[in-house]
Design a protein around this ligand. Structure first.
Ligand SMILES: [Zn+2]
Length: 323
């Protein structure tokens, strides 16, 4: 599968432009949002590879006023598909802001070099090898070897002014990861939700449990936005987000039922996937990860999360036709 980056940025308001790659049915192509003030600009999340990041920089230059630079990058969380491009901006002097808790997550996130080595060294004859080759192999070496961490962190809330555009950074983790934040643009009617919200594919959440993700989604809705930019997938209305919130609770209930019945994790994951109510969404195998994360919470398991073992679990629950 080749990567086709967006041909243009999508104008949400005169000051807000979204980069919306078509990542339906795959991993890694996350949305980014450019907030363009008079003289400075802020970018919410950076793409997965150096090439994609340069492409976004070129498209951004077309909509920014002459002389306006991206001086601030915000990472909604620490997954590489939202932060591996950071270094191309810090190289120009930009600051990178995220939550204090995101620093904890970054200790567990593989570096670009580690992830590229994992993919290159995997055996495509195994479920995990086939899965990571299909979904991550096309990113090659990512064009960077190390992720650049945030240069400024905060807890709770941080308000910024991007040359006249108000920006509220609101910590909502642990939810998708331990360190999530959402970006509220109150005068623009926009919320950038990061991976607290997925659209058109099954969600994956690493920290959870789903009650906490649901609480974070409610925080998005409490901003009363007109447009919500999910971490992946097309733009959403608040009504769309409400449907997604309900789905999280339905999925939680199915997992809890399996747990109460004493079903082992693998059996529960298979049952949750088989009973899913959104077959038009792709990546149903991610429900295995949601099941595992929910089981951890129900079992009181506080051992460090092994991200690779969770992807391996998903790979073992992937429809062979999808590979
Ligand atoms: Zn993501």
């Amino acid at each position: 599968m080749t990567i086709e980056p967006p041909r243009r940025l999508h104008a949400l308001t005169p000051a807000v432009h979204a980069w919306l790659p078509d990542g339906h049915g795959t991993w890694g192509l996350a949305n980014c949002v450019l907030v363009a003030g008079e003289g400075t600009a802020l970018l919410v999340d950076t793409p997965y590879t150096a090439d994609l990041t340069r492409h976004l920089m070129r498209l951004s230059a077309r909509v920014l006023r002459p002389g306006t630079e991206i001086t601030t990058v915000v990472n909604t969380h620490g997954n590489g598909d939202h932060s591996y491009g950071n270094g191309l901006f810090t190289a120009t002097g930009a600051e990178v802001i995220s939550t204090d808790a995101n620093t904890e997550h970054l200790c567990k996130e593989p570096s670009p070099a580690q992830l590229a080595a994992l993919v290159a060294g995997s055996d495509p004859g195994t479920p995990l090898g086939a899965y990571v080759t299909r979904h991550f192999g096309r990113y090659g070496d990512f064009g960077v070897s190390e992720a650049v961490p945030p240069t400024r962190t905060f807890g709770g809330r941080l308000d910024l002014d991007v040359s006249g555009v108000a920006v509220e950074l609101i910590e909502v983790g642990p939810a998708h990861t331990v360190g999530d934040l959402i970006v509220h643009l109150p005068t623009e009617g926009v919320v950038c939700a990061g991976d607290v919200i997925f659209c058109d594919d099954h969600p994956v959440h690493w920290a959870g449990p789903l009650d906490e993700v649901h609480r974070a989604v409610q925080r998005v809705l409490a901003c009363d936005p007109q447009v919500v930019v999910p971490g992946h997938g097309p733009l959403m209305t608040p009504a769309d987000v409400g449907v997604y919130a309900d789905y999280l609770l339905q999925t939680r209930d199915r997992i809890h039922t399996a747990h109460a019945a004493g079903h082992p994790l693998a059996q529960a994951a298979a049952e949750v996937i088989a009973g899913d109510t959104h077959p038009h969404w792709k990546l149903a195998e991610r429900l295995a990860i949601l099941t595992a994360v929910e089981y951890r919470a129900l079992d009181g398991d506080t051992a460090p999360v092994d991200l690779i073992s969770l992807v391996d679990l998903a790979a073992r629950h992937t429809d062979p036709v999808a590979l």
